[in-house]
Design a protein around this ligand. Structure first.
Ligand code: PMP
Length: 396
């Protein structure tokens, strides 16, 4: 009895203690701490709202930025979206863990990284289709997380080789092959551009967090749109659910994106832009993740809720990124910089003391090879030496 129990205990202990890198000494620490989260999913959401001091001082307003790069799975707001899309698919029986189900997605990177991390945590495979003009950091990260990656040449959305269409096709191929081979594994096309689980993630989490962090005292919300999920979901929550009808929702749009015209003039293309067919397909900007030349279901979900738009040039975005690093120690990527330029422009159009909320979407470490290289090539980092002779103003 006693010997058997002791033997069983020893066996159990040695199995637990032998990991792939060799045996380890284990001690049982039973903790009741509420700061422990269950897996990487527990590191998503509840991000801090940072007061950006330099921009607040320069504008006479309070500029607050939600630190979305602190989401702990894929380090961007797309963690919220990926988690919700996967959970909704599980509820609908479209994904079942542990049987070889594969999540397919077309993404410029951030959503793919969140899906790849969560796929690992939840027992799925991930197959990511992305354009080949995005920073190498993002595709490298996808490889390290075990996703299969197809990098495809930039193609119009009407082409079957556009990254989104290719991901849809790959999911169908998986499902067809399973049916032919009588396998149970499923292919699931996450479809962030059109899926309502995208903007609903922001209705459920980002919007309520902003409301409680500001106590509802917020004059403007500024955000760029890739899929449009963030701006639509947050606007819906704050305006429709919390009835902040005086809140100004402002789209931050990089150069070359058609959304600015859509918000300002109701059409994607001005007569002059109509002449350039290339422009209609591709957003010609160094900025990654925001700016698009078609209306997605997620952007459409915010119809009537976006009040204004600010167009931001690549040069302004580069200068803002440099400004934030130099004055605030905040090191961000290109879409965050576009958001901050538009937040400054918005703040200057509002009465002094107004409160403007925006997002810092991802870290500059994900953009070293492209965006931050451009900033260095522009010579912006050498300007610091002239600090005392240059009257500095944040880019606007
Ligand atoms: N910033 C980054 C870095 C992104 O990757 C994205 C999404 N592609 C966005 C902002 C825009 O968010 P949304 O898709 O919700 O419009």
């Amino acid at each position: 009895g006693a010997a058997g129990a002791g033997g069983g205990g020893a066996t159990k202990k040695s199995r637990r203690g032998s990991f792939f890198f060799g045996p380890v000494e284990l001690e049982d620490h039973e903790s009741s701490s509420t700061s422990i989260v269950d897996g990487i999913e527990g590191c998503i959401g509840n991000t801090p709202l940072i007061k950006i001091r330099s921009l607040s001082e320069a504008t006479g307003c309070t500029i607050l930025a939600k630190a979305e790069f602190l989401n702990g799975a894929g380090n961007s707001p797309k963690d919220r979206v990926a988690l919700n899309m996967i959970e909704v698919a599980e509820e609908q029986g479209l994904l079942t863990p542990g049987q070889g189900d594969t999540i397919y997605e077309g993404t410029v990177g951030s959503t793919g990284i969140s899906i790849a991390a969560l796929a690992r945590a939840k027992g799925y495979r991930a197959h990511i289709c992305m354009p080949n003009d995005q920073s190498a950091e993002k595709s490298n990260l996808l490889h390290h997380l075990g996703a299969t990656v197809e990098r495809v040449p930039v193609a119009p959305i009407t082409s079957p080789n556009h990254f989104v269409n290719l991901a849809r096709t790959r999911a169908r191929e998986h499902t067809a092959a399973s049916a032919a081979g009588k396998s149970v594994s499923k292919g699931f096309f996450a479809n962030q551009f059109e899926s309502s689980a995208n903007y609903e993630a922001h209705i459920k989490t980002t919007g309520p967090e902003i409301f409680s962090q500001t106590g509802g005292r917020i004059d403007a919300f500024v955000a760029g749109a890739g899929t449009g999920g963030t701006i639509a979901g947050v606007a819906k929550f704050l305006k429709e659910d919390r009835h902040l009808m005086d809140l100004r929702v402002v789209l931050a749009d990089p150069q070359g994106s058609g959304l600015y015209n859509k918000v300002k003039h109701g059409v994607m293309y001005s007569p002059t832009e109509r002449e350039g067919t290339r422009r209609r397909q591709q957003v010609d900007s160094i900025v990654e993740g925001i700016g698009i030349n078609r209306i997605t279901e997620n952007f459409e979900a915010g119809r009537g809720l976006v009040d204004d738009a600010v167009r931001v040039t690549d040069e302004q975005a580069c200068r803002m990124a440099r400004w934030l690093a130099e004055h605030d120690g905040i090191f961000v990527g290109s879409s965050s910089s576009v958001n901050c330029v538009a937040a400054v422009v918005t703040a200057l159009s509002l009465p002094e003391g107004s409160r403007v909320v925006t997002l810092l979407c991802d870290s500059g470490t994900r953009h070293l090879s492209k965006f931050w290289k451009q900033i260095a090539d522009m010579g912006l980092e050498e300007e610091e030496e002239n600090d005392d002779i240059v009257q500095k103003q944040p880019p606007q």
